[in-house]
Design a protein around this ligand. Structure first.
Ligand SMILES: Nc1ncnc2c1ncn2[C@@H]1O[C@H](COP(=O)(O)OP(=O)(O)O)[C@@H](O)[C@H]1O
Ligand SMILES: [Mg+2]
Length: 364
C-alpha cells in the first residue's frame, strides 16, 4: 500500500493535522525537536502497530489528552482505496479499523501497510546487546513470512514455564518435576530447533545482500560480514538440553536455546560491535535494514514504504548519496534537520515542520 495522506488527532505534539505524501519522495524538514519524527512515527505505527523508536503507546498520546487517532488513507493492491484508522486510548484497548471494519487481531492488520523504517536508534543493531539482534532477526522472519513470526512468541511462552519449573525444583529434578521438565524440554527443543533453522536460513540468504549494501554505502572501503552464533553446537537442541540439565537446575535458568544466540557482525574481519567507528556501524545498520527490506520484497512481492528518520545526519555526503542510490523503488518519506538537503535529494513533496505545526510546502 502507498500512503496518500495521514491525519492526526492528539498524536504526540500534534493536536490536529493533516498531510499528503508524494508517490515518490517526500522530505520532512525542520529544526530539531519540532515534530518531524512524530509524523514519521505515525506512519510507522499504522504499519506495525508500534513505535519504531520503541516508545510505549502511552507516550504517543498527546500530553493531557485521553486518546490519539491516526487516519491513514492510500492505495492498496490494484489501486483500491484503503483507509486505516487507529485509536490509542489511555484507559481502554486500542481500536483498529480497515475500511470501516474493526480489526480484531494484530496480525490481521500486518500486511495491509508494510513499511521499512530506518532510525538513529538502529545503531544499536550493531552496537547493542545480542537481544537487539535477536529481535531484529525475529522481526525479519515475521515480516518475510507472518507464520514464522509466531515462533518467537511460542519460544518465550515455553521458556517462562520451563524457568518457573527450574526455580521450583530448587536444584533437583526428581519425580514429577523431572517428568514435567522432560515435557518442557521436548517443546523447547521442537520450537528452538525450528527457530534457529529459520534464522540461519534467512541470515544466510541475506549475507551477500548485507555485504553488497555495505560496500555500496561505504563506497567499497571494507567488507562486512555476518554470521549466526548459536549457544549450542550442531547437535539437536534436545541433546543440548539434556547435556545442560544439571547446569540449568543449578542456575535455575535455561542456558541454551535460540534466546541465547547472537548474530555476529564484522567489518574488515573485526567485530563491528567493539571495533568499528560510529559511521561504519551506522552504515552496517542501514545495510541490515536494507537486506530485510529486500527479502520482504522478494518473498511477498510488495514494495514496503521506506521511512528514513534522520539517516543523513551522521553520514558524510558521499555515503548519504550512496544510500539514496541503494534505496529500492517505491515510496520514501524522510526527515532531516539539515537546512540544505544532500545534493542528490530532490523531493517530490516537501513538508515543513516548525513550532509543532506541519504544512505541505509543495515540490522541493
Ligand atoms: N505525547 C506527547 N505529547 C506532547 N508533546 C510530545 C509528546 N511526545 C513528544 N512530544 C514533543 O514532540 C517534540 C519532539 O518531536 P520529534 O518529532 O521527536 O522532533 P524532531 O523534529 O527532532 O524529529 C518534543 O517537543 C516533545 O516534547
Ligand atoms: Mg527526529
Amino acid at each position: 500500500m502507498r500512503v496518500g495522506s495521514i491525519s492526526l488527532l492528539d498524536f504526540r505534539s500534534y493536536s490536529e493535522t493533516e498531510l499528503e505524501f508524494a508517490e515518490g519522495l517526500t522530505a520532512i524538514v525542520g529544526p530539531n525537536g519540532h515534530g518531524k519524527t512524530n509524523l514519521l512515527e505515525a506512519v510507522g505505527y499504522v504499519a506495525g502497530l508500534g513505535s519504531f523508536r520503541g516508545a510505549a503507546d502511552a507516550a504517543l498520546i498527546r500530553d493531557g489528552t485521553p486518546a490519539a487517532v491516526i487516519r491513514c488513507s492510500g492505495q492498496g493492491a490494484a489501486g483500491r482505496a484503503v483507509l486505516i484508522e487507529v485509536e490509542l486510548a489511555r484507559t481502554r484497548p486500542n481500536r483498529v479499523r480497515v475500511n470501516q471494519q474493526p480489526v480484531a487481531r494484530r496480525r490481521d492488520l500486518l500486511g495491509v501497510l508494510t513499511a521499512t523504517a530506518f532510525s538513529p536508534e538502529d545503531l544499536e543493531l550493531v552496537k547493542g546487546e545480542p537481544s537487539v539482534r535477536r529481535r531484529w532477526m525475529d522481526d525479519a522472519l515475521a515480516a518475510v513470512r507472518p507464520s514464522w513470526g509466531a515462533l518467537r512468541g511460542e519460544l518465550d511462552r515455553i521458556l517462562r514455564q520451563r524457568n518457573t519449573l527450574l526455580r521450583q525444583a530448587q536444584g533437583r529434578a526428581v519425580g514429577d518435576v523431572a517428568v514435567t521438565l522432560d515435557v518442557w524440554d521436548a517443546k523447547l527443543a521442537a520450537v528452538g530447533d525450528e527457530l534457529r533453522a529459520r534464522r540461519r536460513d534467512l541470515l544466510e540468504a541475506m549475507t551477500p545482500e548485507i555485504a553488497r549494501h555495505y560496500r555500496g554505502i561505504s563506497q567499497g572501503q571494507d567488507d562486512a560480514g555476518v554470521r549466526y552464533e548459536s549457544s549450542w553446537g550442531d547437535e539437536s537442541l534436545a541433546d543440548a538440553l539434556a547435556a545442560s540439565r544439571r547446569e540449568d537446575l543449578r542456575r535455575a535458568a535455561s542456558t541454551v536455546g535460540p534466546h541465547r544466540d547472537d548474530v555476529v557482525c564484522e567489518i574488515g574481519g573485526l567485530p563491528a560491535r567493539s571495533h568499528a567507528s560510529q559511521g561504519e556501524q551506522r552504515s552496517l545498520a542501514l545495510a541490515l535494514r536494507l537486506a530485510v527490506d529486500g527479502e520482504v520484497r522478494r518473498w511477498r512481492g510488495i514494495e514496503p514504504v521506506m521511512l528514513l528518520d534522520d539517516v543523513f545526519s551522521e553520514l558524510d555526503a558521499g555515503r548519504a548519496a550512496a544510500l539514496l542510490e541503494a534505496l529500492p523503488s517505491g515510496q520514501r518519506i524522510l526527515t532531516t534537520a539539515s537546512p540544505v538537503l544532500p545534493a542528490k535529494i530532490r523531493p517530490d513533496q516537501l513538508i515543513r515542520v516548525l513550532d509543532g505545526a506541519a504544512r505541505t510546502a509543495g515540490d522541493g
